[in-house]
Design a protein. Sequence first.
Length: 78
Amino acid sequence: MNLFACEENVFKWSQTDPNSGEGIRPLEDWAAFFSTDLFKRRLDPDYLSRMHEYRSQSMAVFIERGMTGAWFLKPKSE
């Protein structure tokens, strides 16, 4: 993850993937996502058994913040 002062600077950066535009979000959106239990509880002994619950919480943050395009909500791999 790279942090930029504004969206314009993202596209000026030589290593920007032109297909990543949808993933360019304000820091507050990413902070909300990475503050969910999916990330905070990784060292808990019951983490794996509760991962589905934690993933649901993370997806709720995506939806709440309008991060609903294909870039965010990729289908689960089989």
